[in-house]
Design a protein around this ligand. Sequence first.
Ligand SMILES: *[C@@H]1O[C@H](CO)[C@@H](O)[C@H](O)[C@H]1NC(C)=O
Ligand SMILES: *[C@@H]1O[C@H](CO)[C@@H](O)[C@H](O)[C@H]1NC(C)=O
Ligand SMILES: *[C@@H]1O[C@H](CO)[C@@H](O)[C@H](O)[C@H]1NC(C)=O
Length: 282
Amino acid sequence: MKPFLAVLVLAFGVVLPANAQNQGVTTTLLDQLIRVATICMSTYAGGFCLAPNGIRKVADITNTATDVHGWILRDDNEKEIIVVFRGTLSLENYNSDTNYTLANFDTYPDCTGCQVHGGYYLLWSSIYENVQSLIQDQVSSYPDYGLVIAGHSLGGSLAALAAAQFSSTFDNITVYTMGEPRTGNPAFAAFINNVYKTSSPSTTRFYRCTHTDDGVPHVPPQSDGYLHHGLEYYTVDPTDTGTTYICGDDTTECNGKYNTSGINVAHLTYFGRTVIIGAKCV
Ligand SMILES: *[C@@H]1O[C@H](CO)[C@@H](O)[C@H](O)[C@H]1NC(C)=O
Ligand SMILES: *[C@@H]1O[C@H](CO)[C@@H](O)[C@H](O)[C@H]1NC(C)=O
Ligand SMILES: *[C@@H]1O[C@H](CO)[C@@H](O)[C@H](O)[C@H]1NC(C)=O
């Protein structure tokens, strides 16, 4: 290899072709995915009362009219401000899930031509200003901390909307979603791919995780004008570095090879962590 090319490859890593499937992730990344899955699944315990690993709850994100729930957390050991959104838990949430009408992403016009899931857009527009000011408070007090945005299911789509919305507002953002439905149109997917550098596992800041035949990432269908952004981190059981695969944008390999649709058993567990519903706060 010519030295110039070698430098390019070192700098940018290996670009992943659309339908490729790279097997394996590092222990460091897997540990982080397990940690974030624990946080995501804890959002279903009322009021985020089971915050794992001594993570501090800083503020609640709530809108009772749209029944949306999220939390601002802080991990002083890892130096992270964490924003996490809860997934579907009510009939009202379910009605949001199934509103596939594409809405213009008017809260963030810099995302040119972007249209997003109409049900989730109504939730997002009811909270985004509040979320931004809550994050700003933390970032002002802890300027050297990273910002993590995460969520499972409906919460994953809210995390993707937050990731786009705040892409030019805050630095050092990393995004993790688990069982994220398709969130927007091809322009939205391209925007995320560009801003979060998803063309390669060595540059990506967006980890869209899927689990075996989870049916939720299959909706809304591409035929309704939706497309997934990358990179897909597809995980099969048992959870391990070697059972986690990295896949291109909206491929028919990996999770896309199954013929499932909507919530199923695989949707409820990610990286060995299961949705915690009805846990009592102690
Ligand atoms: C579905 O979403 C669209 C776009 O956000 C919105 O205009 C419409 O009111 C929603 N429909 C229902 C039944 O909530
Ligand atoms: C970015 O965030 C990570 C934690 O997520 C932190 O360790 C790192 O120091 C931050 N980098 C900068 C430049 O602030
Ligand atoms: C997927 O499942 C649906 C409903 O069970 C069925 O109608 C369809 O033919 C299946 N498609 C494939 C490709 O197996």
